[in-house]
Design a protein around this ligand. Sequence first.
Ligand SMILES: NC(=O)c1ccc[n+]([C@@H]2O[C@H](COP(=O)([O-])OP(=O)(O)OC[C@H]3O[C@@H](n4cnc5c(N)ncnc54)[C@H](OP(=O)(O)O)[C@@H]3O)[C@@H](O)[C@H]2O)c1
Length: 296
Amino acid sequence: MNTQETGAIAVFGGTGQQGGAVVDALLARGARVRALVRSPDSDRAQALATRGVELSAVRIDDPATTVAALKAVDAFYFMTPEANSLEEVEEEVRVGAALVDAAAAARVPHVVFNSVFGADRETGVPHHDSKHRIEEYLELSGLRATMVRPTAFMENFATVMAPSVEDGTIVLRLPLPDDIALKMISIKDIGQVAASILLGTADVPGGAVEVIGDELTGSRIAAAFGAHAGLPARYEALPLSVLGNDLDKAMFRQFAEASEYPSDLAAVRAIEPSTRDLAEWIRSTGWTAPTDLVRS
Ligand SMILES: NC(=O)c1ccc[n+]([C@@H]2O[C@H](COP(=O)([O-])OP(=O)(O)OC[C@H]3O[C@@H](n4cnc5c(N)ncnc54)[C@H](OP(=O)(O)O)[C@@H]3O)[C@@H](O)[C@H]2O)c1
């Protein structure tokens, strides 16, 4: 393990979804990547190592490890872990602040923080305001910083927001009124955008970009899945009360309010012209309609 060479891009979260996409995009462009990992022996870390990624073992509670891992890198990308409770929100801020402190101590030339859309302001969404606090902390550090602010993952339509097929019709149900356009991006494209910024091939005026590939109402999302499957489609807006978690309730309330803000679609396409819209994401992932739930 060598942490003293120059020319590497450091990535925190490389064994996860977004950080993994950043690693993929960097490797595809021939960059040297150093992943900051807590468990170098884990299967995911070892899978990175076999692809030529340098592993640097870090412990957030031990600044010497993170500072050493960031020595002499050209740029540093970090995301912060998922928070599902107010306690985890505080932990998220702690992790983010520790990484900023380490980057400052190691004099990293450029830090890219994978934040969330809307984090330029307080929104009342605890796990978004946490990222706003980290952005503020990063700005105060004096480091050169770029905020990459992803919108909702398109991949959620393959898991927690998946449409169903009922009596031959694609049905999408979300706790979002149908006159609201949901902003979204594929995780792979977050990686492409972040890699361009890390490698300095993209200019980000103002030092922040909302990472968005599409914005569609529930009916139009359902229609995109229906068009792909060759089935009729409908959308049903659900009340926020279907959500069990207060953080999720606050987030979906914010999704509705955030659609009033102008989007950065054009800016993202200027950075990465191949950024996919939802129809392209559905095609490119080979999505197939789930088994029909015949009710009649
Ligand atoms: N879901 C959405 O639609 C959406 C949209 C925008 C933003 N976000 C935000 O995206 C973030 C989650 O991103 P993701 O899905 O890419 O996360 P993920 O797949 O769960 O990956 C988390 C990464 O963080 C690493 N990690 C966590 N704690 C660590 C520690 N103490 N030391 C070292 N490494 C640590 C994990 O390493 P290990 O492999 O060791 O566990 C893993 O690499 C959340 O902050 C969420 O709010 C989500």
